[in-house]
Structures are given as C-alpha cells and as structure tokens.
Design a protein around this ligand. Sequence first.
Ligand code: 9MR
Length: 597
Amino acid sequence: MRAKRLLLLLPLIAAPFVLPAQTTLRQVADQRRLLLGSAAQAGEFGGANLLAEVPYATTLSTHFNLLEGENAMKWSPIHPDPTRYNFTGADRLAAFAREQKMKLRGHTLLWHSSNPTWLSDQAKTATPQAMAATLKQHIDTVVGRYKGQIFAWDVVNEAVSDTATANGTLLRDSIWNNQPGIGLAGTAYIEQAFRWAHEADPDALLFYNDYSIEGPGGKFSAVLNMVRDFVARGVPIHGVGFQMHVTSSGYPDSAGLRQNFQAIAALGLQIHITEMDVRLPVTNGVASEANLAAQAATYSRILTICLQTPACTALQTWGFTDKYSWIPGFFTGFGAALPFDVLYQPKPAVAAMINTFQSVAPTLSSNGIVNAASYRGGAVAPGELITIFGATYGPATIVGAALDSNGLVSSNLASTRVLFDGVAAPLIYSLTGQVSAVVPYEVAGRQQTSVEYEFNGVRSAPVQVNVVATAPAIFAADATGSGPGLILTPGYTVITTADPAPVGSVVIVLATGAGSVVGGAKTGGIAQGIGQQSAAITATIGGMNADIAYAGPAPGLVNGVLQVNLTVPKALSAGIYPVVITVGGVRTQDGVTIAVR
Ligand code: 9MR
C-alpha cells in the first residue's frame, strides 16, 4: 500500500523540467534543409572542454545541426609532436556530433597559422620533399581517422594573400607554399593537398576556405581563378568556404555577395558560410540595443542570401555564445558577435534568423517538376502524379498522404500545399526538398498552368508549366524511374526476376500521366470502380503487342493512377523484356522491364 502511494507521488516529486516549447534554430533549419552550424571548443590549446559545460552542450545541440572544431583539428593540437597525434578534442567533437545527430565539418589540413613549433622548426632546414612527406602523412592520418564521420573538410585555409590581384593568384608566403614549400609552384601545392585529402576519403566534400572574399575585389578574383582552374582540370574540390567575419556596418554588400555566390555556384561548387560572426562595439562587453538590432539584421540578411542561393548549403557561426568568442581578444573594443549572450540567452539575432527561415520564399524551378514515375520533366497532364524537387522548405521528415473529411486525398500535408492556378492539389507525400502531388483534372484544355509551392503559408514565386493531354510513365518497383516495373500478378504480388510472370498470364501495370477519364474523374478522389481513359491505349512487352484487358483508373487508389491489365504475349520465351504503354500516342519511358517465364 505504502509503496504504491509513494509511486503515485513520484511524478510530483521528480517532475521533469520541461523546456518551454520554443521554436529552435535547428528545427527551422531542418525544415529548409540548411546545415546550420557552429564552431565548438573541446579542450584544445590548454582551454576547457566546453562540451562538458551543460548549457553550452545543450544550446549547441538544440539550435544547430552542424558542428566544427574551432581549433581541435588544427595542426598544433592534433599533431603536437612529429610522431604523435592527439585526437582527444577532435574525438570528443566527433562523439558529440554522433550522439546529437549533427553533421561534422573538419578544419583545417593546411594553414600558415597554428602550426606546432616542431613543424615550424622543421621547415627552417627541411627539404621540400621532406615537407611534402610530412603534409601527406598528416592528411592521410587525420582525414583517414574521421573518414565517414567528417562530411566536409576545409582542406586549405587562407592561402591567398590579402593583397592578391585579379590578374593572377598571389599566394601567401608559408611553410607549405615557399618557405620551403612542398616543391610545387603556384597553386599546385594547394591542388596537391586536395588530391591527398580526396585519396584519404573519397566521399568527403573538400573546401577551400578564406576570409575577405565576401565582396568583389582582387582577393575574391584570385580565389575564383584558382578554383575555376581546379574545376576545369578535375581537381577534387567541391566548395568554397566564405568565413564571414563581419561587422554590422554593411560589408559585405548584398549585391556583391550574391554576385560572388553566383560565380562559385556557376562552377558547380557548393558554398558554405563557415565562420560567421558580427562583431559590435562594446562597453564592458555590453553592446547597445541599436547595435544588437543591426546585428540581427545582418545575420538575417546573410541567411536570406544563402537561402536564396541553392548552392549555399551550410551556414556556420564561429562559436554561438558571447561567453566564448575570439573577437574580444583580437579586436579591441569589440565583442558580442554571436547569436547567444554570455548567459546562453538568445539575442535578437536568433529571432531574426528564425523569422528569416520561416519567411524567405522557397524557390521552385520548372525543371524540378517531373513525372512521379519516370522523373521526366516537361509538360504535365491532368491527373498526373508529379514530384517536385528542390523546394528547399517543408517538413524535415516525410509525411505521407491522408484523406480529408470529404474522403479526398488531402491537399494540405504538414502545412505543405502545391497549387495549380491557385487551387491546392492532392498531395502524395511531403518532405523538405521533395513533394509529390496530383495535377488537378481541372487543368485539362489549358495551354499552361501556374505552379506554386507553399509551406507554413509562405509561397514560392509561380512557375509556368505547359499542359498536355497525356504524359504517361510506368512506376518502377524501386521508385527509381527505371528497371523492373511496378507490375503485379492478379493476386497483387509484385513480379520480380526471382518470381517472373508466366507467358499468357495477365499482369497489372501501374502507371500515371494518362490524362482525362471518360465522364470525368474527381481530383483527389479514390477510384471506386473501373472506368475508361479518354485517350487510346496500346502496350508492348518485348516489342510484341500485348492484349489489354483493362486500362483505366486503379480501383482503391487515387484518381490519376492508371491500371493496365496486360496479357504477356505467348510467343515470348523466358527473359527480361521492356514494357511500353502508349497513351494518346505518347510512349512511357524507356528502361522499365518485366521478367517473364
Ligand atoms: O577562433 C580561433 C581561435 O580560438 C584560435 O586561437 C585561432 C588560432 O588558431 O584561430 C581562430 O579561428 C580562426 C580560424 O581557424 C580561421 N579563420 C579565422 C578564425 C579567427 O581567427
């Protein structure tokens, strides 16, 4: 009795401390599929392991989905003696990232600064060959250790001179470049580091990282020329890191930053904003309210430009709490540069960034609108199941179709809508960056339809897509658009190469894009019985005509799915054959097959 009573009381005594339900930066970053990160300190250079400080660790994992060692992977802490590595701090960061399901960036493999004394000493007398061997061994060891854990590396940091000109790359003097260097002239030593890093982890994204390249000018031009040459020659480089150590006084100017981002994106490279902070004038560490507001506007402005640039895939701040920041020690009279204050309270910048994540319109492009079965783009047909790629906004995890109170497939899934000429379409699933919808039958007869994507009430700009009568495609069994088709036996089991269809048997092919139905079909309705497509339908298997016993709506599935019952031609021998259905003169995609026995 007693024990029971105590147990009943327990929830009162040990009630969990529940954080107020606030929107976090991480939630809204996930909804936009942006990596939002921070540098963190894990006990290097004799400092404390801040990951062991509970509010530090909690704030970091609550608000960010990406992490980078502020110092832990630099040469000096990680390679303190010629033959000894110290992975303590780097391993802590890797473990934290794993536990908190955060992505991990690596920083940095080649830099003129933060090198251990033994290395600077070695450089005074070593041959370039010896320096090359030392660098290669370091890259192999460090990249190799975190292979599969670090998804992106700042391979080379700050190698371009501050006085570089547009006419040629002017490289900074360093032990790796020319003092004595690794024996390679010009940017070849940088290229070599990328090649070694790529060998050590072929899956890691490799970045060149630098500061003062956020606006046009000689330094940016030098970086652009270098990476353009790398891309042209197939050097393994995947992105440029823009450090973004700025003030709130206007640099970088938005137009210039967009221009630089476009120039990098045009090369097919990614953009990571790697070290953002916005330093403010402070008195005893305290910034004015006006300056905090200006800082919030700067964070918001840079985030907006990143969100509007598809190639910009990560934004990282250089620390997140003003309690730990390099700024006060480096810029006298400045501080308060990060989104959280010294007590881990969000500053105006946090609300500004959350609002930006939630209000910047997602971008849609017409070539991201494709048939859901074949992933072919182009025009859409009434009732076609389509997939829209690239809407960089939406639920962070997939949400599948649901019926609304009228028994129709819902046109609002997890606050996502897709509109055709202003009318919301039935949705098959929704996920950030990928949503599937049924083109309303109402578009039939129109030349074009205007497609808009919406999440949480924020809408993309409309994209015009041509309308055609039919745009047929067969679903693939593995949803890749080709290979074995989603073809069933009369008993509704999927035909596979392990279990082929007998010749002469009837098979059920599932497709979409067959256009209007005789007598009309309700958009979003579930097909109740059989019906007939308006367009004529023929089919072949292995190039031989296949008799069609039925072609029309698929009873029990959403209107827009086409069911075709075919007889496997008797003349076929055992094998794997292409299946092609022609609807209104338009053929389904190549590459869909059926196994026959
Ligand atoms: O913030 C870092 C500071 O703690 C270190 O003492 C310093 C030297 O290693 O590096 C700082 O981080 C720099 C980064 O590695 C590269 N870009 C400039 C950053 C600020 O100086």
